[in-house]
Design a protein around this ligand. Structure first.
Ligand code: PLP
Length: 419
């Protein structure tokens, strides 16, 4: 199935170094994605109806406020939750903001203990380290997979002191999908809450935050809409009301307060309490539209399309003598369409640059905001060696989107064989 007609901009021409123009290929969906047409249409439709959210009187304000708030139910339902349950939705502009918000409001002073993994993006690493003096790490194995049994061992070792376990749902480097429900069960057995970085999963796999039983339920989850075909600054934290309704907000200011006195203030109820300042209405409605479209297409179709392309690329790239692939290239079922590699004798940036200027293929190269994980995958865990080689070490990443095609994969494979 070809999904290109659903998207804006995927047929845009780009200029190569030799002066020719070609339709650009975007294999950088892990960084950001082009918009679905429906997301752009949703914005276009409401431009004539734009008004202030929450604060003012007037028909446009009422229309936007009602829609903005009702979309919270759509978001909950997309993740198999409902408004009667324990979770609520707080809008944010990105996963980075969501994780900073959570690290800021959840940790009570910096003595609360947090477990994170070596697989994390910096967004799910630095905020915890900055807000707690007690962060420990779940290691990855030699294929780069999370060592899930060590989570239980650590939780047991710390005897109930770990308050939060923050883990990615899917890696932005190897594409491994973590079994967040299995991890949730382990966390809950030891009284810890689970926080899931959903940045890489939402556009690729169906996410059921409820799980099959209360022990499997995900306590906090965050994602960015720009990685799910709505690049207009939308995103959300979906989390336990019990926490989001009671804690002091991360961002402070207007719209979050009920009353402000000379030397203190009384916060509003959540979610408004957590959403100070003027909100990004168009980010929210475009996110809603994109998620509904993904649901309509169906995750069976999305996964089937992505797996076909991923396996085609991995098996063909494995045959190219100069290409070194990272992560498990035999058992690929638990990987979304993210493939990392190097070309022997070339620096990662040379390959990334050549793909762009010679072929019009956009990829990402470097350490993908996941320095500890990438250095481990490269076998550079010895710190002095790693520091000496900090800039030189890295990889090239292909990250697939729903609109990518086999013909695009062939163009990449053809070129890699010439390097
Ligand atoms: N987490 C993961 C796994 C990511 O891949 C990214 C971005 O690449 C982020 C968090 C941060 O997302 P954003 O840049 O949208 O805040």
């Amino acid at each position: 199935m070809n999904y290109r007609s659903y998207y804006v901009g995927v047929e845009s021409q780009v200029k190569l170094e030799n002066g020719k123009t070609v339709v650009g290929i975007n294999f950088d969906n892990g960084a950001t994605t082009p918009p679905l047409k429906c997301a752009v249409d949703a914005i276009q439709r409401d431009l004539n109806w734009y008004g202030a959210i929450g604060r003012s009187k007037g028909q446009k304000n009422a229309y936007c406020t009602e829609k903005y708030n009702s979309i919270r139910n759509n978001i909950l339902s997309f993740f198999h939750l409902n408004s009667e349950g324990e979770h609520t939705v707080v809008y944010v502009k990105s996963a980075t903001e969501g994780l900073n918000l959570l690290a800021h409001i959840l940790l009570h002073g910096n003595n609360d203990m947090v477990l994170i993994s070596r697989m994390e993006h910096h967004a799910n690493l630095i905020p915890w380290r900055e807000n707690s003096n007690h962060v420990d790490y779940i290691e990855t194995d030699n294929m780069g997979r999370l060592q899930i049994p060590t989570i239980e061992a650590k939780l047991r070792h710390y005897g109930g002191r770990v308050k939060y376990v923050a883990i990615t749902a899917a890696s932005n480097v190897t594409g491994y999908v973590n079994d967040i429900h299995q991890i949730a069960k382990i966390c809950h057995r030891y009284g810890a809450k689970i926080i899931v970085d959903g940045a890489q999963i939402v556009a690729h796999r169906e996410v059921d935050l409820a799980g099959n039983c209360p022990e499997e339920s995900i306590d906090f989850f965050t994602f960015s809409a720009h990685k799910a075909y709505a690049p207009f600054g939308g995103g959300a934290v979906i989390g336990l009301k019990e926490y989001l309704f009671k804690r002091d907000p991360f961002l402070k200011g207007g719209s979050a307060v009920d009353n402000v006195f000379d030397y203190s203030q009384k916060w509003l109820e959540s979610p408004a309490r957590m959403e100070a300042g003027t909100q990004n209405y168009f980010g929210v409605i475009s996110m809603d539209s994109a998620l509904r479209q993904l649901r309509k297409i169906g995750f069976h179709q999305i996964v089937a399309h992505e797996n076909e392309l991923k396996d085609y690329l991995i098996s063909n790239m494995s045959e190219i003598p100069n290409v070194t692939l990272y992560g498990d290239t035999t058992n690929t079922e638990d990987r979304i369409g993210v493939i990392v590699f190097n070309v022997k004798g070339k620096k990662h940036w040379e390959v990334g640059e050549a793909l762009a200027t010679d072929m019009g293929i956009a990829t990402r190269d470097g350490k993908f905001c996941s320095h500890p994980y990438v250095t481990r995958l490269l076998g550079l865990t010895n710190l002095p060696q790693y520091e000496a080689d900090l800039d030189a070490c890295g990889m090239v990443r292909i990250s697939l989107g729903l609109y990518n095609t086999k013909a695009e994969a062939d163009r990449l494979l053809y070129y890699l064989k010439t390097l």
